[in-house]
Design a protein around this ligand. Structure first.
Ligand code: ZN
Length: 160
């Protein structure tokens, strides 16, 4: 996974190439669909305000359907964990067997939720991090997307 530092104050200055960050295929305005990528903060910016929480990127039809499957699994998992947790709190289980059921449902849900989130992240293959007030770091999985991203934003690329 390659990365690049950009000299930018705000993400809205970034030009997104017409390509899928997951597989590098060309996309256009009507292809596939948008997915949200969480924006990370660096050590220097962890308490800074004004950093967007997420950014929408367009994936091709094939990748967006894989991502939405991973998202569904994640949501199902967290939902299951939440419901079994509530059940455990509201109806204090009467015996060992019920306790095991609640515990099993909770952990199964939490694990599925975690796997779903990890899978989505690795499928999208793009991670923007705000390193400092005017520096953003981008990580890419796909080399051809990384190349077109660099070309589209070359005026911002930081030479260390
Ligand atoms: Zn794709």
């Amino acid at each position: 996974m390659g990365g690049v530092n950009l000299n930018l104050e705000a993400l809205d200055k970034v030009t997104w190439p017409a390509a899928c960050p997951a597989c590098g295929h060309q996309t256009n305005e009507t292809d596939g669909g948008l997915t949200d990528v969480k924006v990370k903060k660096g050590i220097k910016t962890s308490f800074a305000s004004g950093t967007p929480k997420k950014v929408s990127v367009r994936l091709c039809a094939r990748c967006i359907s894989r991502v939405s499957r991973a998202e569904k699994m994640g949501k199902f998992g967290w939902g299951l964990a939440g419901i079994t947790f509530l059940l455990g709190v509201l109806h204090a289980p009467a015996n060992q067997l019920q306790w095991s059921g609640v515990g099993f449902g909770f952990w199964l849900g939490a694990i599925l939720g975690w796997i779903g989130e990890r899978r989505k992240k690795s499928l999208v293959g793009l991670q923007p991090t705000r390193v400092s007030k005017d520096t953003w770091h981008f990580r890419f999985k796909n080399q051809s997307f990384a190349d077109s991203f660099l070309t589209a934003n070359k005026q911002f690329v930081k030479n260390e």
